[in-house]
Ligand binder design. Sequence first.
Ligand SMILES: [Zn+2]
Length: 263
Amino acid sequence: MNDAELKSWTWVMPDGHSSNDWGLYRRRLEALAERRGWELVTLGTVASEPLLMLRTGAGSTNVPHLLVAGGFHGEEPAGPWGVLEYLEHAPLEQLSRVQLTVLPLVNATGFRAGTRFNAFGENPNRGYLGLPGENPSREGVVLLAHGDPLLEAARDGLLTCHEDVLLSHAYVYSCEPADAPGAFSKSLLAANAAHFPLHPDGTVDGCRVTDGLVFNHYDGSFESWLMKLGVARAACVETPGQHPIAQRIAAQRAMIEVFTAGA
Ligand SMILES: [Zn+2]
């Protein structure tokens, strides 16, 4: 673990609230679910904080089933806020054409503290596949216990919303059952590139990145787990933490729109 991983990262949002305001986040999410009649359930708790899941949309099995998940890492707040803003503004007509399930903020203790890992120093995006030296976090244990419903929810696509706090370039990890990236990967990359310069070719976090994309990389992450279980495609989008928080939230929201509209 390096210094950046131990540090607390928070930003002041355009409305004056702090990016780690979990109380405000929950109030807005609960009010939205209530207003729209969307089901908001608690999958489990970690340090007394709920791990929430929201279901919107058709409630039909004949439409694409999509899962969006944010807030695995607490120093990456644009994901959860982007998810919330997407849901608050999403055209209901768009939502009616899919079955969208959302894990808006997986790591509440990390989010509140502005730290990458949870309050127990665990990484909520590792340990899903039992790789050597990796144990699931407490959040991971909760999600692993819901494998069947999460697989069903992500059947036709998974999007996870991350940030890279140290960078000023954006990039995307994507997995598709193909030798080369298709429209799914390219549309998310284009939406990210509309907001930020893309990462130069080379390596990022030990992975080969080409044209801003890390393609078909597998590790012990949530997205690798669900791909192994059989979801059709998955992406993990990364916005750069060195840019203003409002711009990062807007980019996250735009990528969720592209993901949902393209299904
Ligand atoms: Zn992350």
